[in-house]
Design a protein around this ligand. Sequence first.
Ligand SMILES: Nc1ncnc2c1ncn2[C@@H]1O[C@H](COP(=O)(O)OP(=O)(O)OP(=O)(O)O)[C@@H](O)[C@H]1O
Length: 697
Amino acid sequence: MAQGELKSSVLNRKRNPKSPVASRSSKKQKIAEHRKSLPIASEEERLIEAVQKNDILIIVGETGSGKTTQLPQFLFNAGFCREGKMVGITQPRRIAALTIAKRVAEECDVPLGQKVGYSVRFDDTTSSSTRLKYMTDGFLLREALVDRLLSRYSVIIIDEAHERTVHTDVLLALLKKVQRERSEIGGVLRGCQGRKVSPLKLIIMSASLDARVFCDYYGGAKDFRVEGRQFDVDMFYTVHPETDYVDAALNTIFQIHSEEEEGDILVFLTGQEEIESVERLVQEKLQHLPEDERKLLPLAIFSALPSEQQMRVFAPAPIGFRKVVLATNIAETSITIPGIRYVVDSGVVKARTYDPNKGMETLDVVPVSKAQAIQRSGRAGRDGYGKSFHLYPERDFWKLEDSTKPEIKRCNLSNVILQLKALGIDDILGFDFIDKPSRSAIVKALAELHLLGALTDDCKLAKPAGEQMARLPLEPVYSRALILANQFNCLEEMLIIVAMLSVESIFYDPRQKREESCFLFIFGQARTSRNHFVSVEGDHLTYLSVYRELDEFLEERKAEKSEAKVEKIMRKWCKVNFVNSRSLKHARDIYRQIRGNVEQMGFNVSSCGNDMLEYRRCIAASFFLKAAQRQMDGTYRALESGEIVHIHPSSVLFRSKPECVIFDELMQTSQKYINNLTRIDPLWLAELAPHHYKTEE
Ligand SMILES: Nc1ncnc2c1ncn2[C@@H]1O[C@H](COP(=O)(O)OP(=O)(O)OP(=O)(O)O)[C@@H](O)[C@H]1O
């Protein structure tokens, strides 16, 4: 496609000139018409009948047929929320829970948080009048820790079950048990706060080509198909495979912008750095276009972005502009980004795989599954006819796996097992998982939890350490670090480090700036301006000094009260220091949230000030399972797995190569790398973790 003129219809988009009252009622009318036009609308009666007749129902429907937004409203109308009961709907991602709840509240014409609300980690908008509650699958799992029978719910809907997140898989099994227990109890007064427990209806919703796996798991449960989608989406594929999908995505964005009609673009890429680099490239390329063709607005969305920044992609583009949303697979399922008419699918996704025997994670860019490609296309055509451009040939689509491998088969199980133990499920090997993780993965995770002090010798939940670890919304190894830091009087510092380790790319790396002619100059400049943060003790302390320096800088400018001003100052500081402002802002949010958690648990947040020796000893005591020792040839041996590894070039200890280090990450990319390190004295391991290391080791 050659570049052409912008279509006049884009430039002529006008604001609605009606009065607020008139526009509100016309909006209501539009929503009512929209609801009626959804394929699921004509199925209301049949669906309710099926739910009434079956305790478990598997609903399969095309993307955009209206399952997520409409079914809960049908259930409400049919009386499933009487006597204060709720319908709970789980989503694999928080952004989906947030935006769908907002949409359903709008459809019901009620303020968010009353009849309709959402609950996700660190953000709960529900109230005692909430009847339709959207939440993440992880949130419902945590709720079960407090109310084992989930007695407030009359119906629980597990949405997007085909995604098979580890939390969804655990819920599928847990709810089977809860449902059995609730029907055995039958109307007896029990459950949380003596609530009356009635039988539970369970609905599993999937867009998957293969729903049989769920029907079989629930002993031949009935399936219900919702046929049809609201708007068509035309599919386009490349003739030949693309060698560089980032380049291909960039070209496609500009082709759509110059040749296609009005409508926004959604592009699927693999991660934060790639997205930020494409964002810059779009900006740069726009500078070379004539003034009237520059009206393209790139916006990013990925999971490490704070919620309010994620929400920016949902706002309409300014008049005359076309927005181009650059997303990871966070935008792949469930959500509707208003205005999106064109989808560009790179065909790839970044996938994490965990090897329990080596204790090693690999992060690879891999082809998407058919189900994922279909979900991606489904994001177009949600408020009108759409087009989906796949950056690979059609024959390659047919070669893709049908669906993604369940996360439970490729992740570290220690967190899930800790949650199950806290739920009173002791026989993990005998637990009825829909897809059983390997025996060795379970045994390895149990052993790790035991070493971390979360389980007793007979594999029961340790009190209070195991209980406290289960209550914190973190990986067990980080929860343990916080508990220990409380004893070492450096909880403040550990909270900062845990927050900083929870985000991607603290330092902005100009190597990502493709086509940068003065790359070497800028790279040198970045290193120099980063130098004053660098601690010879390692990356953890370097991150600590970045965090603290920004804190001091903001403290000095405390007079600037408005949040927007503070954010502006912060962005400027980050730019000068080559620090990624989005990542740092996210880390500051996480810090505040987990600080709230530990304070609720009664911990006093004290600081060790500048006593970094005590702090490094605490790191050694917390992460003793992640220690590595230098070998004669300059490589390192990870002490737990015996793997030979290298220090990652981005670590501040890359050149100094200390004798012994604690690492946070062990990743296989081109080589086996350890990253995010702290230098320790090897003797500390035997002293601080005597149950695992002997002095002669
Ligand atoms: N936040 C929103 N803003 C505007 N329209 C929306 C929003 N959410 C949903 N819709 C509209 O409602 C339709 C149905 O959405 P819904 O999420 O219920 O579909 P679904 O069948 O669950 O599909 P999927 O599995 O792809 O999420 C969408 O196609 C879109 O037209």
